[in-house]
Design a protein around this ligand. Structure first.
Ligand code: ADE
Length: 233
């Protein structure tokens, strides 16, 4: 269980209008209103200087695209409260897993630096010792959507966010297993029936059936996860 204090998210971006975005509706939106979490968007452009207020420049050594300037991004980073763990969203980063999300959710604040253009001057990552996180092996046009994915995954683990915390123990990736299939009314739909066992009221047998389904689904769809499950056993 995570602590029952407000979770403070600081997002550094060139596009603050993309926030709260998906996090402004449904559970996350309500939790934001209830101050279960707070969102501070920092507009990197506000830290640009000079007549042109440029936030990026051409890459040294040549090549396509533009690179975000370290001086501008650095000034934005230095406005973060002390000891805020800071991450840069990048396809080069550590892959995000449920295990990593659980670790992140133990903190009461997070800083997420979103890149655009071809990237960020490498010295920013070195100077502030920033960890990079990737949400998958594909390339997005910027880190903003990835930041929302990470925040969504963290927030639902925070106390007071979900009505029923027990559902968290049964979902996909707990014990490296995918979740079993779910059914609701009507009992028969388009000639397809709900599995008989679920109507039996026999809780122990239902548990066993669900466990078996989880294992079979994982073996079939995610042999990589299944290998980890058997390693643990
Ligand atoms: N920015 C661009 N692509 C990304 C990815 N796959 N994960 C995180 N941030 C990104």
């Amino acid at each position: 269980m995570t602590p029952n204090t407000c979770f403070n998210a600081h997002v550094l971006t060139l596009f603050p209008e993309m926030f709260p975005g998906t996090l402004g509706i449904a559970l996350a939106g309500k939790a934001l209103e209830k101050k279960i979490w707070s969102l501070n968007t920092i507009n990197i452009r506000d830290f640009a200087t000079g007549v042109h207020k440029s936030v990026d420049d051409t890459p040294y050594g040549g090549g396509a695209g533009m690179v975000m300037r370290p001086d501008v991004v650095g000034r934005a980073i230095e406005t973060l409260p002390e000891n805020t763990p800071l991450y840069y969203l990048s396809p080069r980063g550590q892959p995000l897993t449920q295990k990593k999300v659980k670790e992140l959710a133990k903190n009461d604040s997070i800083g997420l630096l979103c890149g655009r253009y071809e990237g960020l001057d490498e010295r920013v990552l070195k100077h502030y010792n920033i960890t990079e996180i990737s949400i998958g092996d594909y390339v997005l046009s910027g880190g903003e959507v990835a930041a929302q994915v990470i925040l969504d995954a963290i927030l639902r683990l925070r106390e007071g966010f979900m009505g029923d915390q027990t559902s968290l123990n049964q979902e996909s990736f707990e014990n490296n297993l995918l979740e079993y299939p779910q059914y609701t009314r009507p009992n028969v739909w388009k000639n397809l029936s709900v599995p008989e066992i679920l109507l039996s009221g026999h809780h122990e047998k239902i548990e066993q059936w669900r466990q078996k389904c989880s294992e079979e689904l994982t073996k079939e769809r995610r042999p990589d996860l299944w290998a980890k499950t058997t390693e643990i056993k």
